[in-house]
Design a protein around this ligand. Structure first.
Ligand code: GAL
Length: 426
Protein backbone atom coordinates (compact mmCIF):
# COMPACT_ATOMS: atom_id res chain seq x y z
CA UNK A 1 0.00 0.00 0.00
CA UNK A 2 2.99 2.30 0.33
CA UNK A 3 4.32 4.08 -2.72
CA UNK A 4 6.57 2.09 -4.97
CA UNK A 5 10.10 3.36 -5.12
CA UNK A 6 12.02 3.83 -8.32
CA UNK A 7 15.07 4.56 -6.28
CA UNK A 8 14.79 3.88 -2.57
CA UNK A 9 17.85 5.85 -1.61
CA UNK A 10 16.99 9.04 -3.47
CA UNK A 11 13.46 9.02 -2.05
CA UNK A 12 14.84 8.76 1.47
CA UNK A 13 17.17 11.70 0.85
CA UNK A 14 14.23 13.74 -0.40
CA UNK A 15 12.23 12.86 2.69
CA UNK A 16 15.15 13.84 4.88
CA UNK A 17 15.66 17.17 3.15
CA UNK A 18 11.96 18.08 3.39
CA UNK A 19 11.77 17.03 7.03
CA UNK A 20 14.87 19.04 7.91
CA UNK A 21 13.39 22.11 6.26
CA UNK A 22 10.33 21.77 8.47
CA UNK A 23 12.49 21.39 11.56
CA UNK A 24 14.57 24.45 10.69
CA UNK A 25 11.44 26.51 10.16
CA UNK A 26 10.00 25.39 13.49
CA UNK A 27 13.32 25.81 15.28
CA UNK A 28 13.81 29.38 14.06
CA UNK A 29 11.34 30.61 16.64
CA UNK A 30 13.33 29.29 19.56
CA UNK A 31 16.53 31.16 20.26
CA UNK A 32 19.18 29.24 22.12
CA UNK A 33 20.34 30.66 25.43
CA UNK A 34 21.33 29.81 28.96
CA UNK A 35 23.99 27.23 29.71
CA UNK A 36 25.13 26.22 33.14
CA UNK A 37 24.30 23.79 35.83
CA UNK A 38 21.13 24.97 37.51
CA UNK A 39 18.16 27.11 36.52
CA UNK A 40 19.00 27.58 32.88
CA UNK A 41 17.02 30.77 32.49
CA UNK A 42 13.44 30.92 31.40
CA UNK A 43 11.19 32.40 28.80
CA UNK A 44 7.82 33.91 29.67
CA UNK A 45 5.13 31.54 28.50
CA UNK A 46 1.44 32.14 28.92
CA UNK A 47 0.48 32.43 32.57
CA UNK A 48 3.67 30.95 33.92
CA UNK A 49 7.33 30.83 33.30
CA UNK A 50 8.92 28.03 31.29
CA UNK A 51 12.11 26.68 32.80
CA UNK A 52 14.59 23.87 32.67
CA UNK A 53 16.48 22.83 35.76
CA UNK A 54 18.76 19.93 36.60
CA UNK A 55 19.69 17.84 39.59
CA UNK A 56 22.40 15.21 40.07
CA UNK A 57 20.88 11.77 39.58
CA UNK A 58 23.69 9.36 40.43
CA UNK A 59 26.50 7.68 38.58
CA UNK A 60 26.29 5.44 35.53
CA UNK A 61 28.08 2.06 35.57
CA UNK A 62 30.96 3.63 33.60
CA UNK A 63 31.52 6.17 36.43
CA UNK A 64 30.00 9.16 34.61
CA UNK A 65 27.73 11.48 36.58
CA UNK A 66 24.16 11.60 35.39
CA UNK A 67 21.59 14.38 35.73
CA UNK A 68 17.83 14.52 35.79
CA UNK A 69 16.47 17.53 33.91
CA UNK A 70 13.04 18.99 34.59
CA UNK A 71 11.38 20.78 31.69
CA UNK A 72 8.48 22.92 32.88
CA UNK A 73 6.25 24.71 30.39
CA UNK A 74 4.87 27.09 33.01
CA UNK A 75 1.34 25.96 32.17
CA UNK A 76 1.01 22.90 34.36
CA UNK A 77 3.04 20.33 32.40
CA UNK A 78 6.48 19.04 33.38
CA UNK A 79 8.68 16.37 31.83
CA UNK A 80 11.74 14.87 33.47
CA UNK A 81 14.51 13.46 31.29
CA UNK A 82 17.81 11.92 32.25
CA UNK A 83 20.89 12.02 30.05
CA UNK A 84 21.37 8.33 30.90
CA UNK A 85 19.92 6.81 27.74
CA UNK A 86 18.05 10.04 26.98
CA UNK A 87 15.26 8.49 29.02
CA UNK A 88 11.97 10.33 29.52
CA UNK A 89 11.49 9.49 33.21
CA UNK A 90 8.12 11.15 33.74
CA UNK A 91 5.47 13.15 31.85
CA UNK A 92 3.22 15.04 34.22
CA UNK A 93 0.06 16.36 32.61
CA UNK A 94 -3.30 17.59 33.91
CA UNK A 95 -6.56 15.76 33.43
CA UNK A 96 -9.81 17.49 32.45
CA UNK A 97 -10.15 18.78 36.04
CA UNK A 98 -6.55 20.01 36.26
CA UNK A 99 -5.34 17.05 38.32
CA UNK A 100 -1.77 16.26 37.31
CA UNK A 101 -0.57 12.66 36.92
CA UNK A 102 2.57 11.05 35.55
CA UNK A 103 1.47 9.24 32.39
CA UNK A 104 4.85 7.61 31.58
CA UNK A 105 5.91 4.27 33.03
CA UNK A 106 9.39 4.26 34.55
CA UNK A 107 11.53 3.95 37.65
CA UNK A 108 12.05 6.31 40.57
CA UNK A 109 15.83 6.22 40.39
CA UNK A 110 18.79 5.58 38.10
CA UNK A 111 19.39 2.09 39.51
CA UNK A 112 16.04 0.99 38.09
CA UNK A 113 17.11 1.96 34.57
CA UNK A 114 20.63 0.55 34.94
CA UNK A 115 19.22 -2.86 35.91
CA UNK A 116 16.59 -2.76 33.13
CA UNK A 117 18.21 -5.70 31.45
CA UNK A 118 16.75 -8.83 29.90
CA UNK A 119 19.15 -10.95 31.93
CA UNK A 120 17.92 -9.67 35.30
CA UNK A 121 14.11 -9.61 35.15
CA UNK A 122 11.40 -11.86 33.80
CA UNK A 123 9.82 -8.81 32.15
CA UNK A 124 12.97 -8.54 30.05
CA UNK A 125 14.46 -5.23 29.03
CA UNK A 126 11.61 -2.71 29.03
CA UNK A 127 13.42 0.30 27.52
CA UNK A 128 11.06 2.56 29.53
CA UNK A 129 11.18 6.08 28.08
CA UNK A 130 14.47 5.57 26.27
CA UNK A 131 16.00 6.70 23.01
CA UNK A 132 16.45 3.57 20.91
CA UNK A 133 19.39 3.28 18.50
CA UNK A 134 21.23 2.65 16.33
CA UNK A 135 18.53 0.42 14.91
CA UNK A 136 15.16 0.41 16.68
CA UNK A 137 13.17 -2.84 16.45
CA UNK A 138 14.31 -6.17 15.07
CA UNK A 139 16.82 -7.19 12.42
CA UNK A 140 16.27 -10.83 11.45
CA UNK A 141 19.08 -13.31 12.09
CA UNK A 142 21.26 -10.44 13.34
CA UNK A 143 22.61 -9.72 9.88
CA UNK A 144 22.06 -7.61 6.81
CA UNK A 145 23.85 -6.92 3.54
CA UNK A 146 24.84 -3.41 2.49
CA UNK A 147 26.79 -2.56 -0.67
CA UNK A 148 27.75 -6.22 -1.10
CA UNK A 149 29.10 -6.76 2.43
CA UNK A 150 27.16 -8.87 4.93
CA UNK A 151 27.35 -7.46 8.44
CA UNK A 152 26.89 -9.70 11.47
CA UNK A 153 25.40 -8.30 14.65
CA UNK A 154 25.00 -9.39 18.21
CA UNK A 155 21.77 -11.44 18.62
CA UNK A 156 20.10 -10.27 21.83
CA UNK A 157 16.53 -11.43 21.11
CA UNK A 158 16.58 -15.06 20.03
CA UNK A 159 18.19 -14.94 16.63
CA UNK A 160 17.24 -11.26 16.17
CA UNK A 161 19.11 -8.07 16.89
CA UNK A 162 16.67 -5.93 18.89
CA UNK A 163 16.91 -2.20 19.65
CA UNK A 164 20.61 -1.95 18.83
CA UNK A 165 21.94 -5.30 20.01
CA UNK A 166 23.33 -6.22 23.42
CA UNK A 167 22.70 -3.63 26.15
CA UNK A 168 26.35 -2.56 26.04
CA UNK A 169 25.85 -1.20 22.50
CA UNK A 170 22.34 0.19 22.94
CA UNK A 171 21.94 3.94 22.97
CA UNK A 172 19.59 3.68 25.96
CA UNK A 173 22.52 2.58 28.14
CA UNK A 174 24.80 5.49 27.18
CA UNK A 175 25.39 8.75 29.00
CA UNK A 176 24.57 11.48 26.48
CA UNK A 177 26.16 14.94 26.51
CA UNK A 178 23.36 17.32 27.53
CA UNK A 179 22.77 21.00 26.82
CA UNK A 180 19.69 22.75 28.20
CA UNK A 181 18.22 25.43 25.95
CA UNK A 182 15.67 28.07 26.91
CA UNK A 183 13.64 29.47 24.06
CA UNK A 184 10.99 32.17 24.03
CA UNK A 185 8.08 29.77 23.91
CA UNK A 186 9.64 26.46 24.84
CA UNK A 187 12.43 24.74 26.73
CA UNK A 188 14.66 22.07 25.21
CA UNK A 189 17.23 19.51 26.19
CA UNK A 190 19.77 18.76 23.48
CA UNK A 191 21.46 15.36 23.77
CA UNK A 192 24.37 14.13 21.68
CA UNK A 193 26.08 10.77 21.37
CA UNK A 194 28.69 9.34 19.02
CA UNK A 195 28.29 5.64 18.26
CA UNK A 196 31.52 4.03 17.03
CA UNK A 197 31.76 1.88 13.93
CA UNK A 198 31.60 -1.82 14.71
CA UNK A 199 29.18 -1.49 17.60
CA UNK A 200 26.97 -4.53 18.32
CA UNK A 201 29.47 -6.90 16.70
CA UNK A 202 28.79 -10.63 16.67
CA UNK A 203 30.96 -12.54 19.16
CA UNK A 204 33.09 -14.32 18.11
CA UNK A 205 33.61 -12.14 15.03
CA UNK A 206 32.88 -13.57 11.60
CA UNK A 207 35.85 -13.95 9.26
CA UNK A 208 36.38 -11.33 6.53
CA UNK A 209 34.97 -10.39 4.07
CA UNK A 210 32.08 -10.36 6.56
CA UNK A 211 31.51 -7.11 8.41
CA UNK A 212 31.29 -7.12 12.19
CA UNK A 213 28.84 -4.82 13.90
CA UNK A 214 27.14 -1.79 12.39
CA UNK A 215 29.41 0.00 9.90
CA UNK A 216 30.15 3.71 10.16
CA UNK A 217 30.63 6.00 13.12
CA UNK A 218 27.29 7.72 13.72
CA UNK A 219 27.02 11.11 15.39
CA UNK A 220 23.51 11.58 16.72
CA UNK A 221 21.59 14.45 18.27
CA UNK A 222 18.19 14.27 19.89
CA UNK A 223 16.46 17.46 21.00
CA UNK A 224 13.53 17.14 23.37
CA UNK A 225 11.37 20.27 23.41
CA UNK A 226 8.47 21.00 25.73
CA UNK A 227 6.16 23.59 24.24
CA UNK A 228 3.58 25.92 25.71
CA UNK A 229 0.82 23.86 24.10
CA UNK A 230 1.73 20.71 26.06
CA UNK A 231 3.69 19.00 23.29
CA UNK A 232 6.80 16.96 23.84
CA UNK A 233 8.66 17.23 20.56
CA UNK A 234 11.59 15.00 19.60
CA UNK A 235 13.91 16.05 16.79
CA UNK A 236 16.47 13.43 15.82
CA UNK A 237 19.43 14.13 13.52
CA UNK A 238 22.37 11.95 12.63
CA UNK A 239 25.31 11.66 10.27
CA UNK A 240 27.68 8.81 9.48
CA UNK A 241 31.22 8.58 8.11
CA UNK A 242 30.43 5.41 6.13
CA UNK A 243 27.24 3.81 4.76
CA UNK A 244 25.11 2.26 7.48
CA UNK A 245 21.50 1.62 8.52
CA UNK A 246 19.67 3.67 11.12
CA UNK A 247 16.24 3.63 12.76
CA UNK A 248 15.58 5.79 15.82
CA UNK A 249 12.64 6.03 18.18
CA UNK A 250 11.54 6.82 21.69
CA UNK A 251 10.24 3.97 23.86
CA UNK A 252 7.92 5.71 26.32
CA UNK A 253 5.10 3.55 27.68
CA UNK A 254 1.95 5.57 28.29
CA UNK A 255 -0.89 5.10 30.69
CA UNK A 256 -3.12 8.15 30.35
CA UNK A 257 -4.79 7.42 33.70
CA UNK A 258 -1.37 7.60 35.38
CA UNK A 259 1.45 5.07 35.60
CA UNK A 260 0.84 2.31 38.09
CA UNK A 261 -2.93 2.83 38.02
CA UNK A 262 -3.72 -0.47 36.31
CA UNK A 263 -4.49 -1.57 32.76
CA UNK A 264 -4.96 0.53 29.63
CA UNK A 265 -7.57 -1.77 28.06
CA UNK A 266 -10.28 0.84 28.54
CA UNK A 267 -8.29 3.63 26.89
CA UNK A 268 -9.25 4.40 23.30
CA UNK A 269 -6.73 4.32 20.48
CA UNK A 270 -6.89 5.49 16.89
CA UNK A 271 -4.03 4.62 14.54
CA UNK A 272 -3.98 6.42 11.22
CA UNK A 273 -3.09 3.35 9.18
CA UNK A 274 -4.91 1.28 6.57
CA UNK A 275 -2.37 -1.54 6.76
CA UNK A 276 0.21 -3.24 8.94
CA UNK A 277 3.07 -5.71 8.59
CA UNK A 278 2.15 -9.17 9.99
CA UNK A 279 4.98 -11.05 11.67
CA UNK A 280 6.34 -14.57 11.99
CA UNK A 281 7.01 -16.32 15.32
CA UNK A 282 10.23 -14.29 15.73
CA UNK A 283 8.18 -11.07 15.41
CA UNK A 284 9.86 -10.36 12.08
CA UNK A 285 7.58 -9.01 9.31
CA UNK A 286 6.72 -11.75 6.85
CA UNK A 287 7.13 -9.26 4.00
CA UNK A 288 3.54 -8.39 3.34
CA UNK A 289 1.79 -5.08 3.86
CA UNK A 290 -1.72 -6.20 4.72
CA UNK A 291 -4.98 -4.24 5.10
CA UNK A 292 -6.22 -3.86 8.68
CA UNK A 293 -9.85 -3.92 7.54
CA UNK A 294 -11.79 -6.71 9.21
CA UNK A 295 -8.99 -7.54 11.67
CA UNK A 296 -8.25 -6.63 15.33
CA UNK A 297 -5.55 -4.35 13.85
CA UNK A 298 -8.15 -1.94 12.53
CA UNK A 299 -7.73 1.14 14.73
CA UNK A 300 -8.77 3.58 11.97
CA UNK A 301 -11.74 4.50 14.14
CA UNK A 302 -10.88 4.86 17.82
CA UNK A 303 -11.68 1.80 19.93
CA UNK A 304 -10.63 0.59 23.37
CA UNK A 305 -7.20 -1.04 23.34
CA UNK A 306 -8.70 -4.07 25.08
CA UNK A 307 -11.68 -4.56 22.75
CA UNK A 308 -10.04 -7.14 20.47
CA UNK A 309 -6.82 -7.94 22.33
CA UNK A 310 -8.09 -11.34 23.55
CA UNK A 311 -9.63 -12.29 20.23
CA UNK A 312 -7.48 -15.36 19.49
CA UNK A 313 -6.23 -13.85 16.23
CA UNK A 314 -3.03 -15.70 15.26
CA UNK A 315 -1.00 -12.49 15.10
CA UNK A 316 -2.10 -11.53 18.60
CA UNK A 317 -1.21 -14.98 19.89
CA UNK A 318 2.28 -14.81 18.36
CA UNK A 319 2.99 -11.42 19.93
CA UNK A 320 1.07 -11.96 23.22
CA UNK A 321 -1.01 -8.93 22.28
CA UNK A 322 -0.34 -5.97 20.03
CA UNK A 323 3.34 -5.65 19.11
CA UNK A 324 3.24 -4.75 15.43
CA UNK A 325 4.21 -2.12 12.92
CA UNK A 326 1.39 -0.09 11.37
CA UNK A 327 2.05 1.46 7.95
CA UNK A 328 0.98 5.05 8.48
CA UNK A 329 -1.31 6.83 6.05
CA UNK A 330 0.39 10.00 5.00
CA UNK A 331 0.34 12.56 2.26
CA UNK A 332 3.75 14.06 1.67
CA UNK A 333 6.80 13.68 3.82
CA UNK A 334 6.31 16.16 6.66
CA UNK A 335 4.73 15.75 10.07
CA UNK A 336 1.58 13.69 9.79
CA UNK A 337 -1.00 12.37 12.24
CA UNK A 338 0.01 8.91 13.45
CA UNK A 339 -2.24 8.08 16.40
CA UNK A 340 -4.55 9.46 19.04
CA UNK A 341 -5.20 7.91 22.45
CA UNK A 342 -7.91 8.98 24.89
CA UNK A 343 -8.64 8.02 28.45
CA UNK A 344 -12.40 8.44 28.99
CA UNK A 345 -11.99 8.54 32.79
CA UNK A 346 -9.43 11.36 33.06
CA UNK A 347 -10.09 13.00 29.70
CA UNK A 348 -6.39 12.99 28.84
CA UNK A 349 -5.64 12.83 25.12
CA UNK A 350 -2.32 11.95 23.51
CA UNK A 351 -1.97 12.85 19.84
CA UNK A 352 1.13 11.57 18.04
CA UNK A 353 2.56 13.24 14.94
CA UNK A 354 5.58 12.00 13.05
CA UNK A 355 7.69 12.25 9.94
CA UNK A 356 8.29 8.48 10.14
CA UNK A 357 6.53 5.95 7.87
CA UNK A 358 5.49 3.53 10.63
CA UNK A 359 4.52 3.14 14.26
CA UNK A 360 5.08 0.11 16.50
CA UNK A 361 2.11 -0.11 18.84
CA UNK A 362 3.13 -2.38 21.70
CA UNK A 363 0.66 -3.18 24.48
CA UNK A 364 3.20 -3.93 27.22
CA UNK A 365 2.84 -7.67 26.67
CA UNK A 366 6.03 -8.70 28.40
CA UNK A 367 5.44 -6.82 31.66
CA UNK A 368 5.06 -9.53 34.30
CA UNK A 369 4.49 -7.78 37.60
CA UNK A 370 8.11 -8.11 38.69
CA UNK A 371 9.10 -4.46 38.21
CA UNK A 372 8.22 -1.76 40.73
CA UNK A 373 7.53 1.50 38.93
CA UNK A 374 8.02 5.17 39.74
CA UNK A 375 5.21 5.51 42.30
CA UNK A 376 5.78 2.11 43.92
CA UNK A 377 3.30 0.00 41.95
CA UNK A 378 4.20 -3.09 39.96
CA UNK A 379 3.66 -3.14 36.23
CA UNK A 380 1.70 -6.02 34.76
CA UNK A 381 0.81 -6.97 31.20
CA UNK A 382 -1.12 -4.17 29.39
CA UNK A 383 -0.40 -1.58 32.13
CA UNK A 384 1.04 0.72 29.44
CA UNK A 385 1.40 1.07 25.68
CA UNK A 386 4.07 2.43 23.38
CA UNK A 387 3.72 4.31 20.11
CA UNK A 388 7.21 3.87 18.67
CA UNK A 389 7.37 5.96 15.52
CA UNK A 390 9.96 4.48 13.18
CA UNK A 391 10.76 2.71 9.94
CA UNK A 392 9.42 -0.80 9.61
CA UNK A 393 11.13 -3.66 11.47
CA UNK A 394 13.86 -5.54 9.62
CA UNK A 395 13.97 -2.95 6.83
CA UNK A 396 17.66 -3.66 6.08
CA UNK A 397 16.56 -7.13 4.91
CA UNK A 398 13.20 -6.24 3.36
CA UNK A 399 13.81 -4.34 0.18
CA UNK A 400 10.10 -3.63 -0.40
CA UNK A 401 10.10 -1.46 2.75
CA UNK A 402 11.26 2.18 2.77
CA UNK A 403 15.03 2.26 3.09
CA UNK A 404 16.86 2.81 6.38
CA UNK A 405 20.21 3.34 4.71
CA UNK A 406 22.25 6.41 5.55
CA UNK A 407 25.32 7.32 3.52
CA UNK A 408 28.28 9.46 4.45
CA UNK A 409 27.38 13.06 3.69
CA UNK A 410 23.64 12.52 4.14
CA UNK A 411 21.71 13.94 7.06
CA UNK A 412 19.21 11.77 8.87
CA UNK A 413 16.28 13.80 10.21
CA UNK A 414 13.21 12.60 12.03
CA UNK A 415 10.62 14.35 14.19
CA UNK A 416 7.90 13.01 16.43
CA UNK A 417 5.51 14.99 18.62
CA UNK A 418 3.57 13.66 21.60
CA UNK A 419 0.87 16.29 22.12
CA UNK A 420 -1.29 16.27 25.26
CA UNK A 421 -4.73 17.79 25.72
CA UNK A 422 -8.01 16.93 27.40
CA UNK A 423 -11.47 16.15 26.11
CA UNK A 424 -14.85 15.02 27.31
CA UNK A 425 -17.26 16.27 29.95
CA UNK A 426 -16.18 18.95 32.43
C1 GAL B 1 9.19 -3.33 21.93
C2 GAL B 1 9.19 -4.58 21.14
C3 GAL B 1 8.68 -5.67 22.04
C4 GAL B 1 9.51 -5.78 23.29
C5 GAL B 1 9.63 -4.43 23.93
C6 GAL B 1 10.59 -4.39 25.08
O1 GAL B 1 9.63 -2.26 21.15
O2 GAL B 1 8.40 -4.44 19.99
O3 GAL B 1 8.68 -6.90 21.35
O4 GAL B 1 10.78 -6.27 22.95
O5 GAL B 1 10.06 -3.47 23.03
O6 GAL B 1 10.30 -5.31 26.09
Amino acid sequence: MHASFLNRKSRRVLVLVLASTAILAAGAASASAGHGHHGFGHGRVGHGSASITSQPWGTAPDGTSVNLYTLNNGRGMTVTITNFGGIVQSINVPDRHGQVANVALGFSNLAGYVSDDYTTTASGETYFGAIIGRYANRIANGSFTLNGVTYYLNQNNGTNTLHGGAPVSQWNTKVWAATPISGRHSVSLELTYTDPAGTAARVPPMAPPAGNGFPGTVTAKVVYTLTQDDALRMDYTATTDAPTVINLTNHTYFNLAGEGSGGVQGQDLMINADSYTPVNANLIPEGGIVPVAGTPFDFRTAKPIGRDINSGNTQLVLAHGFDHNWVLNRSGSGLSLAARAYDPASGRVLTTWTTEPGVQFYSGNFLQGDLVGTSGHTYRQTDGFTLETQHYPDSPNQLNFPSTELDAGQHFNSTTIYQFSTAGRH
